[in-house]
Ligand binder design. Sequence first.
Ligand SMILES: Cc1ncc(COP(=O)(O)O)c(C=O)c1O
Length: 375
Amino acid sequence: MQLFRPTYEVEECVEAVRKVLSSGWTGQGPQCKQFEESWSAFTKAKYSHFLNSATAALHIAVRMLDLPKGSNILTTPLTFVSTNAAILYEGHTPVFVDVNERDLSLSFDDFKIKAEESCARSALWVHYGGQVSLEFWKMLESKREDFAVIEDCAHASGAYYPDGSRVGSRSDTTSCFSFQAVKNLPTFDSGVICLSSLAMHERAKRLAWLGIDKDTFTRTNTSQNELYKWYYQVSELGWKYNGNDVAAAIANVQLKYLDRDNQVRREIYQCYKKNFEGQSPIALVAHSLESAHHLLVIRVKNRDEVIAALKAEGIAPGVHYLPNYEFPVFRPFYKRGSCPVSEKISSEIISLPNHLQLIRSDIDRVCDLVIRSAK
Ligand SMILES: Cc1ncc(COP(=O)(O)O)c(C=O)c1O
């Protein structure tokens, strides 16, 4: 039994990709544009730009903070490497904030302490497992207007904020989503950055296309001056982070099913929750109804034994994540003991199978094994 397993609307995706291949335009083009419009309509984000990954989105977002090299940025240790890589790509310093025990998102109390100690003026906040923590909400409500927040929404496609609005819709943050193969909206690899100002949107587009001021599709199809269709300028160096129409065609199909799929994830979570009720050695990481339920995480004291018991029965658990300060590239930015909750829970967390093809008996079997092996 796999930990994650993407579910594609295969026939519809194949038909959409077939059309793209037949059209003769597979690069960044009309499918990307259509997805950007649909994603903005879905999330109520003001501007969306389709990219090759959330890693690209995060890197662009950090660049657009326009901070002097070596600036402190508050972040979580409990994330995929991409989040903190984006900080290092730009020569800045990750300041690790501790997580809260309830939902493993950042702790707002520690956030305030680390913000004051480091004088950081910006933060990267991961919606761990697909839900927006109330800690994030408290942080937003109390933050100064000039404090910049980037939301890492890689797990949170289709999730809602506590006020019922869709994640990605805020005008005071930049949001980065992943449509990598096992995410809630699976393509093969792609992502999107959501921005609230036209100037930022235009700059993000340039940064994602080597700094070039016009994408090739627009240049080819809308240039007034036939003789100068080839002409463009580069005033700030960017990267090759653009999305393409093959990925966008799949994303356009999958987006139609995102809410339906997230509802199935919600039901899967409820099954796990019911099965683990009253099982005191097992602590299920709590999710609210607004969550996108990307990860299903439990904590047990004998993590390695439980993993071994699951593996022996052909079930593939995961660990999200090894705290990033354990990796040599991030270690110099961490003082042991400064994130005690993260240090404690990192040897207790297990991600259990969580995907749309699980049936009730799969969940019961996983739970039964966990209950029998957890101490
Ligand atoms: C929390 C988090 N941030 C960022 C990323 C990067 O996403 P992508 O693979 O689209 O670059 C991931 C991917 O797993 C992730 O889990």
